[in-house]
Design a binder for this molecule. Sequence first.
Ligand SMILES: Nc1ncnc2c1ncn2[C@@H]1O[C@H](COP(=O)(O)OP(=O)(O)O)[C@@H](O)[C@H]1O
Ligand SMILES: [Mg+2]
Length: 247
Amino acid sequence: MLICDNLTKRYGNQERNAVDGLSLEVRWGEIFGFLGPNGAGKSTTIKMITGLLACDSGSVTLEGQSLSKDPVAYKRMIGYVPDDPVFYERMTGFEHLSFIADLYQIDKNTREERIGELSKLLLLEEALNSQISSYSHGMKQKLSIISALLPSPRLLILDEPMVGLDPKAAYILKTLLIDFAKKGNTVFFSTHVLEVAQELCTSLGIITQGKLLYNGTFKDLQSENNKTDETLEALFLELTDHDGKEL
Ligand SMILES: Nc1ncnc2c1ncn2[C@@H]1O[C@H](COP(=O)(O)OP(=O)(O)O)[C@@H](O)[C@H]1O
Ligand SMILES: [Mg+2]
């Protein structure tokens, strides 16, 4: 289980906290969708969960491993797909993946098998020997997803992964996330694509101005608002309508 307890972050030049006392729990096997308007604090939260950004206060643990106390053991369990992946563009896709496999000390047979399997699944096999500089945004996104999955993480964290994917790639990714969670792993992803969140997520978090407005299932969100026929989009727009005003 992933436990975020009272996570708080303020950037030096800002008047309010970008993330403000955020607590949530995500169990194994869940697909957790993290929703919120632009600037709500999604990426900041995700960076704190991945350990890329230190929190001002609060803590993160995964399966009892504390990010602050044992960062290596914690990070071994997670894979991260950032919103704007950065690569050494002069490497080929294959060289990049080999580099990741070296970092994680993945043995030769396992890496060959997993690179083959994942690149086939994401339809990137034929491009693996081309330089990353020749890749489209969608291809880079796919490479980033393969990189995150290569070390067999138990928690996959993705920041707006649907951006730039064509319909087929988006479909493949959705299927991949469902299969990944079915094996007892956890997916934590942020998205603006509310239809995807409604369809895929077993649990949702809605954040505005750094604070968690809602945490639970889509069904409970509907019933708590006495609107069992409403789409997630309609409920989201109603809930976040106060954005910019004091809540
Ligand atoms: N590196 C940064 N320096 C200063 N302020 C930042 C930085 N990154 C994000 N912010 C601010 O923190 C708030 C939350 O941003 P972010 O976490 O990126 O939101 P989201 O991912 O939900 O769009 C915003 O007000 C944003 O302007
Ligand atoms: Mg963001």
